[in-house]
Write a new protein. Structure first.
Length: 376
């Protein structure tokens, strides 16, 4: 089904739409990587934790990766007794750790002190350590795990004397939306000396941060993973999130108002940065399917909240949309709905799943959901 047809098919707006066929295509790419390299693939739940999505993925991947107790409980509920469940987070709590240790198959401690504090509170998991290879790959320090004074992982130069007793694996995550596999290969190169110094390690989690389906040439990565598994006899994990769902998500909206402000046309939409906070956070212009570069008719697309900076950007059209027309933002499947909020009391978007057979309404929120959030 062509996504553009949604404008006339879906009965409600705004709407978050998940394209199942796009997810299947992304899965095919990851399954090919897994088949050629023997690595294991985990889905990073933080990108989009819809239960229907997790249920769809659970038998197609090797498990999930999580960052909190709630994520772990939800993922375990879907996984049941099968699959791996990996956890790493800077914010481990002592009162939650015994339950996490029971839920998770693998836990990678974020720091020396965290490992020392939690050691012995639960013994059912495989113990790992998140490392910081000190290789910055992200230009914006806000999103760089290897930034100066990083809170994420133990600096690799501090590990020359050895790993904590009982450590069975290493975890690293150094990039964001990367499409250059060489960056991952460089990171692995920095990790190999640690593997040589600690021959009893059982696994290496290379994290996420790479849009694997968009990386056409993966032979270098396949070769390195095969080498690591053969030389060190360890399991290799990848945990993509956005790579699976990013380009499978759409945000359908409707023009509520149109007027001129300081000689520019402004279109007010029935959505806002409430529904995709990373637009405001990153100060970036999201992809709009209706935009026609060079068409010449310009309009500022603005959200419906009272925040002055609730702006999606300035777009070009062959014909300026009228009030009541629908528009579709693309590539919003990851880190949008999970961060969405009801600022100004505006409702969350309805959630739809699109398959080759048609559309299905998965969730509708109403006033009682809003009211329940604020009962005191």
């Amino acid at each position: 089904m062509r996504i553009s047809k949604l404008k006339s098919l879906l009965p409600s707006s705004p709407a978050f739409v998940l394209d199942e066929e796009r997810i299947i295509a992304n899965l095919s790419s990851l399954e090919a990587l897994r088949g050629a390299s023997g690595c294991k693939i985990l889905y990073a739940v933080k990108a989009l934790p819809l239960v229907g999505l997790l249920d769809f993925l659970k038998d197609r991947l090797d498990g999930f990766s999580v960052s909190s107790l709630f994520e772990a409980k939800l993922a375990k509920e879907v996984l049941g007794q099968g699959g791996s469940l990996h956890l790493t987070t800077p914010g481990l709590r002592q009162d939650e750790f015994p339950e996490l240790a029971d839920l998770c198959s693998h836990i990678s401690f974020n720091s020396w002190s965290q490992q020392q504090l939690m050691h012995g509170l639960g013994e059912q998991y495989s113990s790992g350590l998140r490392i910081n290879p000190k290789l910055s790959l992200v230009g914006d320090a806000r999103y760089d795990p290897c930034r100066l004074h990083s809170k994420l992982g133990v600096a690799i130069d501090l590990l020359a004397a050895g790993l904590p007793e009982g450590t069975e694996g290493l975890h690293l995550h150094t990039n964001f939306a990367g499409q250059d596999i060489e960056a991952l290969l460089d990171t692995i190169t920095l990790t190999i000396p640690l593997l040589k110094q600690n021959p009893t390690l059982k696994w290496l989690n290379l994290g996420g941060g790479y849009l694997f389906p968009r990386i056409a040439e993966q032979r270098g990565l396949i070769k390195v993973i095969n080498r690591l598994q053969a030389e060190f006899e360890i399991e290799i994990y990848l945990e993509p999130g956005k790579a699976l769902v990013g380009d499978a998500g759409y945000l359908l909206c409707t023009v509520l108002d149109r007027f001129i402000s300081d000689n520019k046309t402004v279109l007010i939409l029935d959505t806002s940065v409430n529904h995709h906070p990373e637009i405001f956070e990153y100060q970036r212009k999201p992809l709009l399917l209706e935009e026609q570069a060079g068409a010449g008719q310009l309009a500022i697309l603005a959200g419906s909240s009272c925040l002055a900076g609730d702006i999606f950007g300035e777009y070009e059209f062959q014909r300026l949309p009228e009030v009541g027309e629908r528009l579709i933002f693309a590539d919003v499947g990851a880190y949008s709905l999970i961060k969405a909020n009801r600022f100004n009391g505006y409702n969350l978007p309805d959630i739809y799943r699109i398959t080759r057979h048609g559309w299905e309404l998965c969730r509708h929120y109403d006033y009682q959901d809003y009211r329940g959030q604020w009962l005191s």
